[in-house]
Write a protein that binds this ligand. Sequence first.
Ligand SMILES: [Fe+2]
Length: 340
Amino acid sequence: MRQGHAHQLVVMLGLIGVLALGLGPLAAPARAAEVLVYSARHYGQEAAFEAFTKKTGIQVKMFNGSTGELFERLKAEGERSPADVLLTVDAGNLWNAARAGLLAKIDSPDLAANIPAHLRDPENRWFGLTVRARTIMYNTNKVKPAELSTYEALGDPKWKGRLCLRTSGYIYNQSLLATMIKRHGEAKTEDIARSWAANQPVLINSDTKILEAIAAGQCDVGLTNHYYLARIVAKDPNFPVLPLWANQQTTGTHVNVSGAGIAAHAKNRANAVKLLEFLSSAEAQQMFADLSFEYPANPQAAINPIVAKWGKFKQDDINIASAGEFQAAATRLADRAGYK
Ligand SMILES: [Fe+2]
């Protein structure tokens, strides 16, 4: 409501300005400053967007869709696209959008300072804004944390029949395997995937359902994004599942991002850059990450208390662009390894 009035007021002031200059009715109508965000991220950003509007007077408009829908829409609209920003989840999706020419380069010292290098495109076409760790989850009544160590070790025969995994076709696991390919090469990563498959994992098509299966004793360990557990724990503090930060003695825990880039044909480019810069600031990062139980990408921002309880961990610092770069290779490799 309030935003609507503010919008009208700005339009009125603009018209008064035009009339005062004596340009008459044929002059282009003045428009309120705005940014149109194509968003495939459907939770947690509202407070940060409101804070941005309050600070800058720039209105944020949203067009929501799935990643696939927004990708096709941007391609079909081409130069006529009204989109200024693409906001989506998973670096693999951001990488695909950049490769398809849908995102423009951003030269911003603020973004470069606020977002660690491994969480952004080396060519500055997209920036991670929130971090999600994909790590080992275990049933606290059945498994001691000392029994767990790495992603690789989930292929140990002791986990046969005790492991729950997403299918390999899901982008979160494709991204995990893709960053492993970047780190270890295809042959070693294929061995890891083959050892998981040999443990006959229960394949479940939802991170939340994997956590529920672990709690119910259907399996003892699994791999999920951390925030799905946080959402459950927020409602049920006694939920018998905890994360084990994978690969702390070696490569670090696999992380991915939700992030954003500027649309290649943005009509409000300067305002769009301002929005991304604001979203990367410690102030906005906290709002942006907190509601979705993600980690802020900016290390200066505070972490949600439920998530902070699980302690600090070392992130795999391999550039997350590799999630896109090796996505197709990861899919082929999982097939060869018999990981469905
Ligand atoms: Fe998710």
